[in-house]
Design a protein around this ligand. Structure first.
Ligand code: SF4
Ligand code: SF4
Length: 197
């Protein structure tokens, strides 16, 4: 695999120990964030839930997704002062008083095998592994990051997760740009009313 060259924060340079402590806080978007999904996540999860075909995808979208307006930022490759794009993307809608993901039950993920990439690769998001400041920030929210114990992830594994995340996001940007940044064209199973939610 060819890696996009980005600098890892010092604490990740020789790998790191991390094990999820199963508190479920990231599945509540840490009270202020979102859980984003991309095309493959949607198809995988909808299939896992037996919501297939156009109708299935429509149902899946209505039940579990929301459009987040203008929250996706993308800066063109190698463009220090390049144009930054800002556009809509999809995330899980949350439920309950504590605003949790629909699939979180008793602090456990009930769709573990089919969970979105964002859930799978946490905490090795590019913005995290390339910034000590972000790790410190997130370690206030995630016990696993505070402890840094348990399973050892090598530098190569960390880069591999972060690169895959970058690839997925870039693919989404390209798809959106091709479709005039209209999320309804990219995901025809969404309906207009979801944009105003
Ligand atoms: S916040 Fe951290 S410890 Fe809690 S469930 Fe998420 S990854 Fe695991
Ligand atoms: S899909 Fe699973 S891991 Fe992801 S936010 Fe929902 S409950 Fe958490």
């Amino acid at each position: 695999m060819t890696f996009t060259n980005f600098k890892l924060a010092k604490m990740f340079e020789h790998g790191v120990n991390f094990s999820c402590q199963m508190c479920g806080d990231c599945c509540r978007g840490f009270d202020e964030g979102e859980v984003f999904l991309y095309r493959n996540d949607i198809y995988r999860l909808a299939k896992f839930l037996n919501l297939t075909g156009n109708n299935g995808l429509r149902k899946f979208a209505k039940r579990y997704l929301k459009v987040i307006e203008n929250t996706f930022f993308w800066k063109e490759d190698n463009a220090e002062r390049g144009k930054t794009f800002r556009f809509n993307t999809l995330a899980f809608s949350f439920t309950g008083e504590d605003e949790h993901c629909h699939f979180l039950v008793n602090s456990r993920c009930t769709v573990h095998q089919a969970r979105p990439f964002q859930c799978r690769c946490f905490p090795f998001w590019k913005m995290m592994v390339s910034s000590r400041k972000n790790v410190i920030n997130y370690s206030k929210k995630c016990k696993g990051l505070r402890l840094l114990q348990g399973h050892y992830y090598s530098r190569r594994e960390i880069l591999s997760w972060a690169n895959e995340e970058y690839r997925i996001e870039k693919e989404y940007f390209i798809e959106m740009r091709k479709n005039d940044f209209n999320i309804l064209k990219v995901y025809p199973f969404l309906t207009e009313d979801m944009i105003d939610k």
